[in-house]
Design a protein around this ligand. Structure first.
Ligand code: SF4
Length: 265
């Protein structure tokens, strides 16, 4: 299995007699069905690359790594002596091992003497986990990747799947090519938004008002099942957000042309 992200793609590493290593998507794996993104497909390159970094640049000048580390330490020390320990804050990866997290915390609290360390684990998943628990009773995403193969409509809110989760994006797009509709709610015209049947470039910070607005309702039948679809019932919508649909649409209205945020991931 690919070790880079939580999508869980099947990865087959093959070593040739001449020592060449190749990485390929496992054709019959239920997650990726043979596909890999750039990270997964370059796994072999990483495994055979020539070891650790041995040189560094300090202000553009070549340096050995020990000298570079000493320079970093000197500058951090000067900053802390001038502004106090909490002048330094660390924002660390959410994908470190427990041991690496321990070392990062030891560096922050034991050596730099700052309490200001935050991990992407919390920023990324805290609100999602809370939402899952409140909505579904457990802090894991509900559903299965197989649902992607049976959906008639996809609603992607504030995520750029094309760049951030390319394998699941491709799987979703297989279904879109078969007739499912894709709606993207995002202030940015991302690579995902460009593929949407309907892109709602809402004003930043208005995602809840957007969800509660009947903009996404339709009485038209879906192309694949013939059933009509509706994202939320009128009762649910009126419970979720005060104000008339018209006033909520005003809240969500995108800024004038050209003043929105740039596309990106
Ligand atoms: S999406 Fe890419 S990084 Fe994530 S598991 Fe699949 S191949 Fe690996």
């Amino acid at each position: 299995m690919c070790g880079y992200c939580g999508v869980g793609c099947g990865l087959t590493l093959t070593a040739s007699p001449d020592g060449t290593l190749t990485s390929r998507g496992t054709p019959d794996h239920p997650v990726n069905r043979g596909r890999l993104c750039t990270k997964g497909s370059t796994t072999a390159d990483l495994l055979v690359s020539g070891g650790r970094q041995t040189t560094a640049l300090v202000d553009g000048e070549a340096s050995d790594t020990t000298g570079a580390v000493n320079e970093v330490a000197r500058r951090f020390t000067a900053l802390r002596e001038e502004h106090g320990h909490d002048a330094v804050a660390l924002y660390v990866s959410g994908q470190m091992t427990l041991e690496a997290q321990y070392v990062a915390n030891k560096l922050a609290k034991g050596y730099l003497r700052t309490n200001l360390i935050e991990s992407n684990s919390r920023l990324c998943m805290a609100s999602a986990s809370t939402g899952y628990k409140q909505a579904f009773g457990a802090d894991g995403p509900p559903g299965s990747y197989d649902d992607l193969d049976h959906a008639d409509v996809f609603l992607v809110t504030g995520a750029n799947m094309a760049d951030c989760h390319p394998i699941l994006f491709l799987r979703m797009m297989d279904r879109v090519k078969a007739g499912a509709k894709l709606i993207v709610v995002d202030p940015r015209r991302t690579a995902t938004a460009k593929k949407a049947d309907l892109h709602l470039p809402v004003r930043p910070g208005t995602d809840m008002a957007t969800t509660a607005t009947p903009t996404l309702s339709s009485s038209r039948p879906t192309p694949t099942t013939g059933r009509s679809w509706r994202t939320t019932s009128p009762t649910t919508r009126s419970r979720r957000s005060p104000g008339s649909p018209a006033s909520r649409r005003t809240i969500c209205a995108p800024p004038p042309n050209g003043s929105g945020p740039p596309a990106g991931s």
